[in-house]
Design a protein around this ligand. Sequence first.
Ligand code: MLT
Length: 404
Amino acid sequence: MVKLNSNFGKLTSSYLFPQIEKKVSDLKARSPSSEIINLGIGDITKPLPEPIVKAIVDAILELENDVSKARYGPSIGFSFLRKAIAKNDYLDLGIDENDIFISNGAKCDIANIQELFDTDSIVAICDPTYPVYVDSNVIAGRTGFYQDGKYQKIVYLPCEEKNNFFPKIPDVPVDLIYLCSPNNPTGTALPYDELKKWVDYAIQNKAVIIFDGAYEAFINTKNTPHSIYEIEGAKKCAIEIRSFSKKAGFTGLRCSYTVVPHELKVQNTSIRECWVRRCETKFGGVPYPIQMGALATYSDKGKQSIDTIISEYVDQMKTLTSGLKSIGWKFYGGVDAPYVWVKAPSSSWEFFDELLTKAKIISIPGAGFGSYGEGYIRLSAFAPKEHIETALNRLSGIYTCATQ
Ligand code: MLT
């Protein structure tokens, strides 16, 4: 008799974002005329820029006459896109096209990359953080059961107000370290010195860092590394994952890339070679038109359109943070990331429910990102500016400085 992967039974509840969707759809069913404002999931709200649309359409038209473009492409991505990424995003960092792998979204690679490592590896994960790091390791059997807000065997790295939300080096040895900078959900980016501590630790302890840079395009603070490879030695110990989703409007189109430097070796084995093998076995590659769209993000017109979009999101962030300040709410982030990490006056799910029912605003409860997220909610600045303004008007009508 076939048996279920028993690790599924360890997962605590359904994935965070569908839980929220369910609460929102229940509210809509109860109160269909409610105008609900979504400051929850970090999904894009601006249309795909014209140079990117054109590149995709042109690529689709090529399919009519050129069967080679419709055939199986390389699982690791077309060389034209890998070269453009190396040239534009990693110039002077010693990363070449052979170290770059095109994928159908950072989420998939973040969930899959752990397959390269032994199931006995000790995993260190920031708390709070993007839930995929924890859940993928639970499913892979690298954890024990969930008890008192934690999975046994995971080494949690608390990111708290008192340490500027920067994770501290653990006092027990760890093998695989997940870092996200700018961090989802706290919105804080790791400065050079903080990131260097992790690279030094990984080199000394023969650990590997999975560096999630999905929000890199939103970094504004000077001297904040955009890539972990800005730190000396990182090519020997780190894998970096980036995405076209939030930067260029690809959340639904699906295109991202993972950097596995050829210098990275575990037990004298090239991790890059293992990832090639894994991609060739398990992945069919990203469609040609989508990769052509991604390539267009590096054209002059593509770059200009992306700069415009990012500066509009930054402007929305400023509207959100100045509005929150004026109602006296305490919050963090919102400078190097499209997320604001807001202190809640009650538990994070209670405050989430209160905002949803009283103000018809969707947020994300901090506890959904880990136990150290309790007492916070996350607000996203991806929503259109007028929605953010309406949300702020509603909040200032309901809350006063006295609430926090
Ligand atoms: C988020 O809101 O945290 C992200 O949109 C989730 C994701 O990128 O999968």
